[in-house]
Design a binder for this molecule. Structure first.
Ligand SMILES: *Cc1c(COP(=O)(O)O)cnc(C)c1O
Length: 390
């Protein structure tokens, strides 16, 4: 008999009652060190006092009015994002896949309004993940996500990851945009080298092609910059944001330049819940903390410490691990043993990690993790690896 919850997930058997920072606590009081942070969502950990205060204060005032009216919390968050980034304008939604929907619509509408309606093609890359909507699965193009769901949204081309010559050859007078994650998450924590991102930006400038960055997982301080593309010294035309921006409250956003957004006039897009007062109150609290340069400096320092400790872990267990990779606190352990076995061994040692493609185990801790907690995390991973070798 089918379960009352649609069985689309392979869930681990545990459930949690409470969270405190990097800790998740189950009904029996067992404390797990959470290195997944809800897949990079709980950027400030569980139950951060500033987020709890922002949400509860807003909850006592006003939950929802719809976008028929001005939403001051939304305007404040948009102003802050515009101040802190390349963007001139922001649309709020509730998830990463909704951000993907708008990014694709915006790119196509741009060319339509510029009198080149044939420029509809979106170029994306192997191993990518952009969400589970029809546009999201068409963009990623992997058979695992698309099989049985045809006909797929047309107009997506898939190229190998990291092959600039192939990309250069593929961009044509039909291309609307290039869509890429600066650091692939689901694909196995794979950073695109800075020089490749710069070459991609240059190619877009030469051809007029719009550059869409999917920073749903790698954005909001995760790599030690507010947004990952800042490391390469480039800016996109359109950027998808979600996950960390809401710190656990469903919130997504599309950021764009005035030029890229020029087709999106009144009536061209909308969302009932997008940018509602609760989500934006939390988003303002998250960004108020994460955008602080001193906070980001700490993320970088702790990322260096964690990486160093993980290099030691890999060296101590050459039968289990191959290498460490990633950027900032978006780290991957490339495994030799099956990655899901390591995740399961972690459950036994009270440490939570997330599997990704390419036999990688993802470590995406709250950006607020302390030095001591990093030490404890690596000790628990060490015990999990020992358990696997035994
Ligand atoms: C999680 C993710 C998405 C989809 O976000 P949802 O909120 O699950 O719809 C899109 N892109 C990337 C890079 C992601 O990691």
């Amino acid at each position: 008999m089918i379960s009352s919850v649609l069985p689309t997930y392979n869930r681990a058997p545990m459930a949690f009652e409470k969270g405190e920072g990097v800790w998740l606590i189950d009904g029996s009081g067992r404390r797990y060190l959470d290195l997944g942070a809800g897949i990079a969502v709980n950027a400030l950990g569980h139950a951060h006092p500033a987020l709890v205060a922002a949400l509860t204060e807003q909850a006592g005032q006003l939950w929802h009015t719809s976008n028929l009216y001005r939403v001051p919390q939304q305007e404040k968050l948009a102003d802050k994002l515009v101040d802190e980034t390349f963007a001139d304008t922001v649309f709020f939604c509730n998830s990463g896949t909704e951000a993907c929907e708008l990014a694709v619509k915006m790119a196509r509408k741009y060319w339509y309004d510029k009198g080149q309606p044939e420029r509809t093609e979106i170029i994306a890359f192997s191993g990518s993940f952009h969400g589970r909507s029809s546009a999201g699965i068409a963009a990623a193009g992997s058979e695992k996500m698309t099989k049985g769901f045809g006909p797929l949204l047309p107009g997506f081309t898939h190229l190998p990851w990291g092959d600039h010559a192939a990309l250069k050859a593929a961009v044509s007078d039909k291309t609307a945009a290039i869509l890429i994650e600066p650091v692939q998450g689901e694909g196995g924590i794979v950073p695109m080298p800075d020089e490749d991102l710069r070459a991609m930006r240059a190619l877009c400038d030469e051809t007029g092609t719009l550059l869409i960055l999917d920073e749903v997982q790698c954005g909001v301080g995760r790599t030690g910059k507010l947004f990952a593309h800042e490391w390469a010294g480039i800016t996109p035309d359109i950027m998808m944001v979600a996950k960390g921006i809401g710190g656990g409250f469903p919130l997504g956003a599309v950021l764009a330049t005035e030029n890229a957004a020029s087709g999106m006039t009144a009536g061209t897009h909308g969302s009932t819940y997008g940018g509602n007062p609760l989500g934006c109150a939390v988003g303002n609290a998250v960004l108020g903390i994460v955008a602080d340069p001193a906070f980001l400096a700490e993320v970088n320092r702790k990322a260096g410490l964690m990486r160093q400790r993980l290099e030691g872990l890999v060296a101590a267990h050459p039968d289990v691990f191959d290498s460490v990779r990633g950027s900032g606190l978006m780290l991957g352990l490339k495994c030799k043993a099956p990655n899901t076995d390591l995740v399961a061994a972690g459950y036994e040692e009270d440490v939570l990690t997330v599997p990704a493609a390419d036999n990688v185990v993802r470590l995406l801790p709250a950006l607020t993790i302390t030095d001591e907690e990093i030490g404890e995390a690596v000790n628990r991973l060490d015990r999990a690896a020992t358990r696997l070798s035994a």
